[in-house]
Design a binder for this molecule. Structure first.
Ligand code: HEM
Length: 294
């Protein structure tokens, strides 16, 4: 039911508003492109791409923002507010926050040098968000390949989609607390890399110290992530699981040696991820403020 021309009559300027806001934002701070991409992933995996992740907590509803995978970690909410305000001023009350996020994530990738794709539109915004769904639907960095495979399969995403989408970690950062166990305990890690990362991520304390997920080109959307995995330099335990003598090794190699194949598969998998259980028709609502229900 989603369609690329959904707003052709009601808001033809939508894509150019988002594009220019993202262009400015990425020029000021390239890491925001990665943060938008992750916001979209965390939206889609929890009850579908319905902007539930954007809702602030209220006295009666504890939402997703403070779920363990998101708390003190997700960023980009202020940029979404600013894009939404611009969209509202041009096209009042017709464009959903869920669609804005889908377009912003695509533009973030593309502006960092990654592929582009057509974003089908027509998603509507949820009236609820769930802390416990966020906890149970988002894969943790400690996950092994079988957990990753089954969590993605439950969203209709294959091993190939899992591997391509994990290539999102070619940009952005992680906190020490997300990779400490990997750099101190894992054995399938390049020793020089582990030593290097330990310098700014102590075994105790400093949880918020950041490191790039792809140290070779942290703000360029390229195939560097897969080359790192082949060298035992995946930052997260879950990253290295994709190249650990398992069923996805061949995909990591293919993407590492053939960045065009990665770009094509990533774009295809993003379209699939973006169509996980959307609210359409008269379901949900078009939120006026992405942080709260109308
Ligand atoms: C396969 C399972 C995945 C796991 C276990 C995982 C886990 C993580 C973790 C732990 C972080 C660091 C968060 C922090 O320390 O604050 C992170 C960052 C990130 N993830 Fe994932 N992720 C996965 C898949 C994905 C997918 C499918 C996407 C998008 C398509 C994605 C996009 C990102 C981005 C862009 C960042 C950097 C965010 C920033 O710099 O603000 N991840 N991920």
């Amino acid at each position: 039911q989603l369609s690329p021309s959904f707003y052709a009559q009601s808001c033809p300027i939508l894509e150019s508003i988002v594009r220019s806001a993202m262009t400015q934002a990425v020029a000021q701070d390239a890491t925001i492109g990665a943060s938008m991409l992750r916001l979209f992933f965390h939206d889609c995996f929890v009850n579908g791409c319905d902007a539930s992740v954007l809702l602030d907590d209220t006295p009666t509803m504890v939402g997703e923002k403070n779920a363990p995978p998101n708390r003190n970690s997700l960023r980009g909410f202020v940029l979404i507010d600013s894009i939404k305000a611009q969209v509202e001023s041009q096209c009042g009350a017709v464009v959903s926050c869920a669609d804005i996020l889908a377009i912003a994530a695509r533009d973030g990738v593309n502006l960092l040098g990654g592929p582009s794709w057509v974003v089908a539109q027509g998603r509507r915004d949820a009236r609820t968000a769930s802390l416990s769904s966020a906890g149970s639907n988002l894969p943790p960095a400690t996950a092994g390949i079988s957990t990753l495979a089954s969590m993605f399969a439950s969203k209709g995403l294959s091993l190939r989609d899992l591997t391509a989408l994990s290539g999102a970690h070619t940009v952005g950062n992680a906190r020490c607390s997300s990779f400490r166990a990997r750099i101190y305990n894992d054995t399938n890690i390049d020793t020089g890399f582990a030593y290097w990362r330990r310098q700014e991520c102590q075994s105790v304390g400093g949880d918020y110290s950041l490191a790039p997920l792809d140290a070779t080109s942290p703000t360029i959307f390229d195939g560097g992530y897969f080359q790192n995995l082949m060298a035992g330099r995946g930052l997260l335990h879950s990253d290295q699981e994709l190249f650990n003598n398992g069923p996805t090794d061949w995909l990591v190699q293919m993407y590492g040696y053939n960045p065009a194949a990665f770009a094509a598969d990533f774009a295809e998998a993003m379209v699939k991820m973006g169509s996980i259980s959307p609210l359409t028709g008269s379901m949900g609502e078009i939120r006026l403020n992405c942080r709260k229900i109308n």
